[in-house]
Design a binder for this molecule. Sequence first.
Ligand SMILES: [Zn+2]
Length: 412
Amino acid sequence: MLAFVGANLIDGTGAAPVVDATVLIQGKAIVAVGCGIEVPEDATVVNLRGKTLLPGFIDAHVHLGGSDALDDRMGNRGRHATGDYAYNVNQLLSWGVTAVRSGGDWTPDILSFRDEAEAGLVRAPHIVASGRFVQACGGHPLSTVYGDDALVMQNACVLIHKEDGAGRIEAAVRRAVGEGVDVVKVFCGDDNKLLYPEDTTVPTMTDEQLRLVVRFAHESGKRVMAHIDDLDDMDRALDAGVDAIEHVCNVCTDPDQEIGDGLLAKLVSRGAYVTPTIVATAEHEEHGFTNGAPPVAPAARRAVAKMVRAGVRIGVGTDAGIPFVAYGRSLHREMRELVQCGMTPLQVLAACTGGNAELLQREDSFGTVAVGKAADLVVLGSDPLESIENTRDVALVLRDGSIVVDKGLLSA
Ligand SMILES: [Zn+2]
């Protein structure tokens, strides 16, 4: 048994921190949490006085088979080409990320890797995976970022053609779900930023096709996450019935766009999640990865600030695995961005742990420090409520009760 004592505990539910808390871990699970808990004699005791203990962070939007290398546009591959995602998963774990939702990957590679990670055969965060992405033929991202790459088409994509009706769409969605995915990822943007400043419009699914994808996914018991490029796409995705919105405003969209009260009300009434990935927009603009388009990160931040005020459910995710968006590290920047949009550090920490677990539909397994939950834990050397920047001060990471990162806390 492992016993953490004397910790400042932030449990991931949004509750105020508990001082001098004890957390007992047996095998993979948390077996006791609280103050004044008796520590069994045979337990290995770790004194966390002056340190903060919280659930492992969850990145709600990554591409695990991607690459965060500079301008690596073909970076979406499977187990062989990525060496079992080794660099990517090690970066994630070392920054305290113990679970991810991966939206658009080589399939079935990501699914077998997910299962092996869950069985403890490979060292990686818990993975919730969409497998292939569902998109319009000729649209984003296959025909844009991947230049119609045949391998991406074969392994990571479900193409919906202009003439496809209910029968074909049902078959396509059921085939994709039948591979064993956790969630369905659909693209409903119609922009190709690589064409800027020419006309950036590319094919996208019709509203009816989008509705059918969502309907058949829901009938198969799967949530739908929708990539959008701007606020009009967000509205369209909500009308189609998607559960989760990915991004807010992407590069090359209107820098003056403002979210209206109607859309805000719709987000709230539908209970939809928005995972803004501000860090991705910001990193692209800071690195000039924009074809000279005017910056939209300010518009994204304005929209997110309004969503925060309106009470929209915010997911914390990054888009790690696309150029310039680093695995693990960028989640800490996204947390800072969300604080700058008006969330308190405690709210952001709850969103990035317990809240994201709900978004991933894994709240029964992990995301909070509670009895029976997986011992996915992070120890920070300094207080993240004092400054959200302190989330970067990762000293120790446990995943399913195993110590996967120790930056000198136990070995010192
Ligand atoms: Zn993405």
